[in-house]
Design a protein around this ligand. Sequence first.
Ligand code: UT7
Length: 316
Amino acid sequence: MATTDICILGTGAHVPAKVLTNHELARMVDTTDEWIVTRTGIRERRIASKTEMTSHMAAAAARAALANAGVTAEQIDLVILATLTPDQPMPATACLVQHELGVPAGAACFDLNAACSGFLYALDTAWAMLASGRHQHALVIGAEKMSSLVDWTDRSTCVLFGDGAGAAVLGPARGTAQILGARLYAEGAHAGLLCVPRSPKPFIQMKGREVFKNAVREMEDAVRDILEQHGVAASQIACVVPHQANRRIIESLAQYLGLPLERFVVNLDRYGNTSAASIPLALDEARRAGRVRAGDTTLLVAFGAGLTYGSALVRW
Ligand code: UT7
C-alpha cells in the first residue's frame, strides 16, 4: 500500500462505569481534592471491576472503532495492543481480543509495551506493517487496567492513574485522515524514574518531579523534530492530542509551541492518566466533539516509562 494511502478509518473508546472521585480518594489516603486538582488537573478517574480485564476494555473500544470505520472484524489482519497491564503474561492480550472480536486466524496479533507512549509506538508499527504491503487493515488499541498496578496506600501515585481503552482502525483510503508520519524515542538510562519492580512491592514507583521535567523536555523534542521533518509550522496545528498525565505538563507544552490551550484536548480531569489508552481515548473524544475537521492537521504527542516518547502527525 502506498504510504500516502494509510489512513485512520475510525476510532472508538471504552471506560469502566465506576467513577472514583478525588473526594473518595481523600478518604482512603492523606490527600485532598484541592491538592490533586492544583498539582495535576485530575478530578476523577474510572476503575475497572475485579473481573473487568484489559482485554474486555480493549475489545469494547475496538468494536466501537470498527463500527465507526465501517470495517468488519473479518477484514482485520493485524491487531497491535499497546498495554503494560496485560490480562496475564501469556498469551498476548491481543490474541484474547482477536478471539473475542472474531478476527480471522490469518491475522498477526501481538502486545506492545512502550508504557504511556504505547499507542504511538503501536500506530507507527502498524503503519510500517501496512506500508510493507503484507497487511491491509489494522486494529491499533491502547488499553490499561492501571488500577491493578497502583499501590492504593501510596498517595504520591494512586491519585494519578485510571483505567480505560481507546482504539483506531488503520487501512487504505485516499486523501482523508492520512498519517503523515511518526517519531519514536527511548532513553533507557532513565528506566529507574518510573517502574514497577518485581519485588518486594510490584506496584508503580515514580520519581514524580524528575519524570515531570523529562516529560516536558522530551515532548518538546519530539514535537520540534516532527514539525521540522514535515515542514509544518506550530501555528498550522489545529488540534493537539497529548498524553494525559498532568495538566501542568500540557500547559508547558502549549507555552513552548506558542499555541492557546484551547487547541489541546484535555480529558484527564475525568480519566486521570490511563497510560497507553490516554491518546486514543482523547482522540476519539476530540473526533466526536467535532474538534477534528477535514483538512486539519492534528499532532499526537506522548511520553512515558522507559523513558519512551514520541509524536505523530495526522492530516484529516
Ligand atoms: O505517564 C507518565 C506518568 N507520570 C507523570 O506524568 C508524572 C509526572 N509528575 C507529576 O505529575 C508530578 O510530579 C506529581 C503530580 C506526581 C507531583 O507533583 P509535584 O508538584 O512534583 O509534587 P512533589 O512530588 O514535589 O511533592 C510535593 C509535596 C510533597 O510533600 P513535601 O515533601 O513537600 O512535604 C509530597 O509528599 O506534595 C506531597 N504529596 C501529596 N500531598 C497531598 C505527594 N502526593 C500528594 C498527594 N496529596 N496525593
